[in-house]
Write a protein that binds this ligand. Sequence first.
Ligand code: SF4
Ligand code: SF4
Length: 420
Amino acid sequence: MPGCALPGTPLADALPGINACVHCGFCLQACPTYLNLEDENDSPRGRIFLMRSLLEGTVGPNDPSVKEHIDQCLGCRACEPVCPSGVPYGQLLEATRATLREHQSISPIARLILFVFARPWLLRPAMFFSRILAATPIPTVLSGLKGRLGFAMAMLASTGRSIERARYDVRSRGERGKVATLRGCVMDGLFGATNRATNRVLEVNGYRVVDAPGQQCCGALHAHAGDLENARKLARRNIAAFERSGAEFIAVNAAGCGAIMKEYGHLLKDDPEWRDRALAIGSRVRDISELLAAAGPRVGGPLPMRVTYQAPCHLQHAQRVTQAPLTMLAAIPGLELVPLHDSDQCCGSAGIYNLIEPDTSDAVLEPKLANIRATHASWVATGNPGCLMQIGAGLIRADMGAKAIHPVDLLDASYAAYGQ
Ligand code: SF4
Ligand code: SF4
């Protein structure tokens, strides 16, 4: 761009994507922040206009109102599938946040979380402590407190509410290939039972599960916050770990992690040593539901439960995986799947958004809970730890009785009922 006000920045690199926007406004009604805040600056089109204004120099990168509108974005990418011009909004958002970080600091809580998640020696004890706390009645007791502390406690309390299931033996011949699973940070720390269920259901469906030692946080939280340097460092470690595993597929049961791993090639596009390796690993990443749907999946034993399904944004919009989770649930005899109105709308979790933008997050969660209530379902199935905790916390605080659960846990319980 002639006379670019921010040359050499990630935002300047993203100019072709910004130019792709034809300002048609088809994205507005898909955008939860626009629908809730009713401000064009909090819409995809408005934010893209702000990005262009930054490059043209008509607003400065120090302008706090620009950062406010960019911060308000959930990064849910609901604006991407509806865009007729194929604007890669998620990439534009990350580039903008990375550029603004050079001029304005991020919130202390976001800085702390990103610092811990990039360092396994800090993350492990933090998760251990969270697990211990979650096993006590304290989070449930404190979940009624007003404000973020109460909500954070409800999130923690929600992690201990999975389904009871019997043990069963798995015998896989591995005819569908070798799979390494991403352990993840929150999944490994707070949803260990779901990770173990993931390995079991893969084996039941003919995959051979292998370990990938040395893997770390996927880097999604860092990339979404504009901390591209740490996101790239984490991506390189994961690429090396999954290469060593020799796996044909990398199974991911956290939609946000799967989305960034599929896009490692974009994240490392300017790194000649890692670009091709990142593309190769990205092409092997599958959401767990994709692998299971490709295998059938095998039908389990009966689970007479009323369940509704909430599509995680990073599965539905970023990975464009819509049918596979429903195919998984359809393999469970007796399970009554009730449609959820606006199931493709964000729940307001969005990584660490619910902790740093609590008011907008609550406003986005409210209609979600109302829609869940209307289904009269006892369980809300969703395949992402952020959504599990956000919806789980909302259900606890609204005293609705229903629980959030990963679809893998349901399939695993069905296999346990069958006695595989
Ligand atoms: S739908 Fe796409 S092209 Fe139209 S305004 Fe939104 S981002 Fe721009
Ligand atoms: S990512 Fe979500 S919140 Fe952000 S502009 Fe797009 S639709 Fe709106």
